[in-house]
Design a binder for this molecule. Structure first.
Ligand code: ADP
Ligand code: MG
Length: 348
């Protein structure tokens, strides 16, 4: 479906491993004061002075986490960085560095890896993080990407999953569910294309959804926004697996229950109309779809006035005693127990 605009194919073997690493990483610049040594030695050297360091890592496997039939490599590179940066943001820390490790089969020419690294570089610039190292190796089949992200924060700024209190408010940034519907649209187009390779997909009605799927952004801005509002969340997590499962994580680790309100869920009009078209219940997708990379957090009730009406945040529920359980309160005012159905269960 994604046409090959660059038919040139240079085999990786021509460059050799070191030539390849040099070639892919030559544009990376160091901008963080905490990076003393980046790429080029046996190890990178970092100096965070009196800050605490947060570290997170992710592994992405072709055919499991991404499908190159409809994910352009540049987007894949960008998104691989974003998902890691998002984890750092979810600790209320400032992302500073990443390492990038790849395993590639000989099916990939140099030009493919250049595209992947263009996306990685774009994300590094966007999030002002340094690429400080990695590893490059071959795989028998497919592409594997592993990224480790580092970030810094003062000890008292760091927000864990386990700090939510019984009467706290539950808040989410942005809107939710769109990335999942973007994936549904792309999957449908892939199937149409397999039947008729000459078909030209018309994706105009789904641009927001597809962008949310292919080019998500990490909410790096939230740390600054909350700081300006003088709010420190009591617990926080990013939405990778879906709202419902992330709420369960916060509740379980904090020892609280939760009421989530259906009518408060922030969803986009394009998301609603596409759910209708696919005949899927929009609330089900909004709470079970994943990959939105928004932040979900709890704040003390006293902070309500600081956040109400702020377009960046939606108050979607409140925490309760653990014994009350975790429920979705529907528009009809019935209480349905939330289950962590996660990502794949929606279409069952
Ligand atoms: P070693 O043999 O010690 O593993 P390498 O030759 O693999 O060293 O790596 C040389 C340098 O290039 C190191 O700084 C390493 O972190 C960096 N590097 C290797 N592969 C990548 C990659 N895919 N992306 C970014 N940096 C890389
Ligand atoms: Mg190595």
């Amino acid at each position: 479906m994604i046409e090959d605009k660059n038919p040139q194919r240079t085999s990786i073997a021509q460059l050799g491993e070191f030539g390849l690493i040099d070639h892919l990483t030559k544009n990376f610049e160091i901008t963080q004061p905490s990076t003393l040594k980046g790429i080029g030695d046996d190890a990178a050297v970092l100096d965070f002075k009196d800050k605490k360091v947060v570290v997170s890592t992710d592994l992405l496997i072709e055919g499991v986490h991404f499908d190159l039939a409809y994910v352009p490599l540049k987007h894949l590179g960008y998104k691989s960085v974003v998902v890691n940066v998002s984890d750092i943001c979810a600790m209320n820390a400032k992302p500073t560095q990443i390492t990038v490790s790849i395993a590639v089969s000989n099916r990939f020419p140099l030009e493919a890896l250049e595209e992947l690294y263009e996306g990685i570089e774009r994300a590094a610039q966007e999030y002002k993080i340094d690429v400080i190292g990695g590893d490059t190796t071959s795989s028998q089949k497919g592409l594997i990407i592993s990224i480790t992200a580092f970030g810094e924060a003062d000890e008292n700024e760091i927000v864990y999953r386990n700090g939510a209190k019984q009467t706290d408010l539950l808040v989410v940034t942005g809107d939710i569910g769109a990335a999942y519907m973007g994936l549904q649209v792309l999957e449908r187009e892939k199937q149409v294309f397999q039947v008729n390779p000459n078909s030209q997909p018309d994706l105009d009605a789904y641009t927001y959804l597809i962008e949310r799927q292919l080019k998500p952004e990490a909410r790096k801005d939230v740390r600054t926004l909350l700081h300006a509002l003088e709010i420190k969340p009591t617990s926080m997590i990013d939405i990778s697996d879906g709202l419902s499962s992330e709420i369960m994580h916060l509740c379980k680790q904090s020892g609280v229950g939760c009421n989530l309100y259906e009518d408060k869920l922030p969803i986009d009009p394009q998301f609603i109309s596409t759910c209708e078209e696919f005949n899927i219940d929009s609330t089900t997708v909004a709470i079970n779809g994943g990959e939105d990379y928004e932040l979900l957090f709890t704040i003390a009730m006293e902070d309500f006035d600081k956040i109400k009406g702020n377009p960046n945040f939606s108050i979607i529920g409140h925490m309760t005693q653990e014994s009350e359980g975790i429920h979705l309160v529907t528009r009809a005012n019935t209480r349905i127990p939330l289950k962590a159905r996660g990502w794949d269960a929606i279409s069952e």
